[in-house]
Ligand binder design. Sequence first.
Ligand code: DC
Length: 235
Amino acid sequence: MNVASEKKKLVIAIDGPAGAGKSTIASRLANRFGYVNLESGAMYRALGLKAMETGTPLDDGERLRGLAGNSSIDLKPTPKGNRVLLDGRDVSERIRERDVTDAASRVSVHPGVREWMVARQREMGAQGGVVMEGRDIGTVVFPNAEVKIFLDADPSIRATRRVVQHNATDDPEKAKKLVADLQERDRRDSTREVAPLVAAADAVRIDSTRMTIEEVIARAEEIVEEKIAQTLHAK
Ligand code: DC
């Protein structure tokens, strides 16, 4: 029985560092509860790509804010996952590449850029029924989200997962670069001045270091089910 469909649709916020498994969990939860899966990192990636293509310096917050204002960045959920449209162009694959990953993290430090992103993300989630994943969803974008999960894992495990994901297990040079990138991104994302990566005080933490993905999914589903049951009883 899908209890969620009988009542108000919730906002589910999933935050955590790169490589913790947020995307997998978010898309599984969205499928399970009939919610829309919105990946906020893809929006920063799209802006990073646009900055690269237009030659906008990644350290110029004011110009980047202007660039965002003149852009359309849309997340189109499809049964096969989110597609990401930048000014109407499908950039879903391109934004996963290494250079864009780095640019995304750099553009995301600027307060003006974040303000624009947060406003857009709030519009997208205003009706509820969304699983939004990122770094600041439970702290800044939706501080009143009904469900907040902070998904974490040891840096070494996250690095290993990243290497496997990029088919670099037999390529030590590539693996080394991926690990270095991840460490640098961790550092930048958690030390920036605006909305650094931190768990919301009321988030449920899941440390996936010693868990299989199925165990993490089961735990996350349990957290959501509990919240749905509580909300039903509160009516
Ligand atoms: O989740 P991701 O790895 O695709 O995110 C890419 C970058 O975007 C990440 O390094 C930090 C930034 N980001 C952010 O600052 N806030 C979010 N809510 C999501 C991503």
